[in-house]
Design a protein around this ligand. Structure first.
Ligand SMILES: [Zn+2]
Length: 392
């Protein structure tokens, strides 16, 4: 019995030592304004990253609007407090759902992500996740692991290609480098858990954390061209796992206070000036099945938005399945009934009316369009249609 205990104690001691050495190897959270030594792995990683950060900073796709930047940066600061001045934010006009942190503290947020969120709390959980990738030096850990495993120069060559001079396209352009730098599943779990705690500590409604992942997966499921979805889900069980674990955490934490906030109205006000532009980008992405799902959800949340209703109509028209043209016409009509209806809603409603042979309705719509948008680029074309419709 004694031997057995001693053996058990030795095992426990060994395990404790392993754990302690693992803990020692964990990088400390960088202090505000932190910079690694130039002649270190981390210094090298930063040099490469700074090149990429510069490319994004001067990219014509960057959205520099001071109000929008101040709003999103404000959320970063609520979460990161003392890191607020260290972290740099770049908002990029691109319709993909994405945000990422660079190992040197640059946070990049795509407009396609901002478009899809319903409130500030959802944004806070995403940003908390990304801030954690930075503060926990997750890329450095992957970088060091890769340099241990393979030739350092080859790795640098890959990173240079991946992060390279091509600007934004380069970020995801090189799958091999992206794979080498991809976070491990444990790092993703850690970013979810710590990011969740940061947002909850700032008072954001924990029940908003899991929603983001659910609606992105709903969009993907609607797209028949994403034939790889089953394969994708089997190699990314973390998406399902992540929703479940965020929901479980939320259920645990939610009863601890009654004053959680999501700041729906603030969020919508901040995004409103960009909606039409971002929705143009979303439509031009050429995935109308996904756009219909996205816009149906946004319209359900903001039924008085003529801009959203108009683009839902456009998405239906682009999808062009059974009944979609009727659905588009209905959506245009509902857009027109809203105070902020884009003038294009009249034009597009007129075009569908003309296509169905409803000449008098088409005429009325085109005339309203031209009086609402007297300087429209397509004025001549619409006048031509009007002349044709009157001639018959
Ligand atoms: Zn992540």
């Amino acid at each position: 019995l004694k031997r057995c205990l001693t053996f058990a104690a030795a095992v426990l001691l060994a395990a404790a030592q392993v754990e302690a050495s693992l803990a020692e190897n964990l990088p400390a959270t960088p202090i505000p304004g932190y910079r690694p030594a130039a002649a270190s792995d981390e210094g090298g990683l930063w040099m490469l990253t700074e090149k990429q950060e510069h490319a994004i900073a001067v990219s014509p796709s960057r959205i520099t609007d001071p109000q929008l930047n101040a709003y999103v940066k404000g959320v970063i600061c609520k979460l990161s407090r003392e890191q607020c001045q260290t972290l740099r934010l770049y908002i990029v006009d691109t319709p993909q759902f994405n945000a990422f942190a660079m190992p040197n503290g640059a946070i990049v947020v795509y407009s396609g992500l901002l478009l899809r969120l319903d409130n500030e709390a959802e944004l806070a959980f995403v940003l908390g996740h990304e801030i954690t990738h930075y503060t926990h030096k997750h890329t450095l850990a992957r970088f060091e692991r890769a340099t241990r495993m393979s030739n350092v120069l080859a790795f640098f060559a890959l990173v240079t290609m991946g992060l390279g001079v091509g600007g934004l396209a380069g970020v995801t352009g090189n799958a091999l480098a992206a794979n080498l730098l991809a976070y491990s599943r444990d790092q993703e779990r850690e970013a979810d858990a710590t990011g969740f705690d940061l947002a909850v500590a700032a008072g954001y409604d924990p029940q908003q954390a899991g929603r983001t992942w659910r609606f992105v997966s709903d969009e993907h499921k609607a797209n028949p061209r994403r034939i790889d979805i089953a394969a994708f889900l089997s190699t990314h069980p973390q998406d399902t796992e992540r929703m479940a674990s965020l929901d479980a955490r939320a259920a645990q934490v939610a009863p601890s206070r009654t004053t959680w906030f999501a700041n729906d109205a603030d969020y919508r006000d901040a995004m409103h000036p960009f909606l039409a532009r971002w929705l143009e980008g979303e439509i031009n992405r050429g995935e109308p099945e996904e756009s219909v799902v996205l816009l149906s959800r946004l319209v359900a949340n903001q039924p008085a938005s003529g801009v959203l209703r108009y683009y839902l109509g456009v998405a239906y028209r682009k999808r062009g399945g059974a009944g979609d043209l009727d659905a588009a016409r209905t959506a245009y009509g509902q857009a027109i009934a809203c105070a902020d209806a884009p003038s294009a809603a009249w034009r597009d409603q007129g075009l569908l009316a003309m296509r169905s042979g409803d000449k008098s309705e088409a005429r009325v719509d085109f005339e309203k369009y031209l009086s609402a948008a007297p300087a429209a680029d397509d004025k001549a074309m619409i006048q031509y249609y009007l002349a044709q419709l009157s001639g018959n």
